[in-house]
Design a protein around this ligand. Sequence first.
Ligand SMILES: [Zn+2]
Length: 418
Amino acid sequence: MDTLEKATAAAGARMIERLGILRGISQTEDWLERTLFSPAAEEAAFQLKTWMEAAGMTVGYDELTNIYGYLPLAEAGPDAPRIHIGSHYDTVVNAGAFDGALGVVLAIAVAEAVAESGIPFRHNLSALAFCDEEGVRFNTTFLGSAYLSGQFEKAWLDKKDPYGKSLGEWLVDRAESIDAILHAQPYIRAQDYFLEAHIEQGPVLEGAAAALGVFTRIAAQLRSEVVLVGCAGHAGTTPARLRKDPLPVAAEIILAVDALCQSDESLRATVGHIEVSPNASNVIPGQVKLAIDLRYPNAEGLNAAHLRLIAEIEAIVARSRVGHHYRVVHGADDTPLDPDLTELLAASCQQVQGSAIRMFSGAGHDSMKIASVCPAAMLAVRCRDGLSHHPDEFSSEADCLLAFRAMLTAVIKIDQTR
Ligand SMILES: [Zn+2]
């Protein structure tokens, strides 16, 4: 067995073991939950630092609790391009054990295989563990990767957690300097490369009987809210002809969103949240609020779907007796990932599994943030039933190991060709 193969086998075995260890680090015994600044996140960070140090990396732990392991292998020193590999180590509430965590332990395994094998390597190599991708505590987006890539927004300091404590207050309590945070030099720079392995969080790879694929882009997304205003009344006394009940109207809108979703294979349209007021069994509802989430591989398709949605809602409301307000809450254009780096990753998939499926990601990722700073690419890993953000989230050991091999192959290729 050559030294690279030996180091790869050893690093792969440790990677699987570490996934199991991270799964056990949670802020509650009832489910997996690791949110920013929680004791569980601190414990996971300590564990990750230990593993990075064991791999011979210089380890940094920044103000926001991002962790970066660094192998200074380039002869040209720290200004030479860095190949970063990484993902996030925070989770949602009642999370699965693979979302984010797989990409983090895989990044460390790649660095270990390179370091232990002693293969010639010309770039600086970096393994990243982002502190907060899910935004559970402060409802932020990509806080960790935004900070490491120099895109931290000052306004985020005022964002409050569910207990009313702001990010700025948290940082001051943690003895961090706000001034230093606002003037920090970005660790991820324009001359670098970023690669992320992440479970697919959808059913495409499983349907194609493939362990791995690449995301070519991250979908455009639009979140909107429709408020239907009727008139509350006594459920026992008011006949139908005198009611202004917004709930049946909301039901029609939900069906219209579902029909929209079914009309286009590339479109995702969801009503995931509904608020009924006053929400009592003997009261005709007075108001209903619906949250609608639309995603499409590109902005044009998303806009077209959005216009259809608005027309549907207006038609439904027009034939009812209720009023409505509609507003867009959040919109993000699609993010293309770097075509050259993506093709290189696809070639690695081809090499390790004989095929390379190219698809878009309907879920947002740190790569999306980093893609505006340096070339970024994503490796997608099959997960059972396409399930994610769920305790039954699962990727097989064989698929995780194959992902590790594909990533290692890609990293070595980047090093040799760039
Ligand atoms: Zn994730």
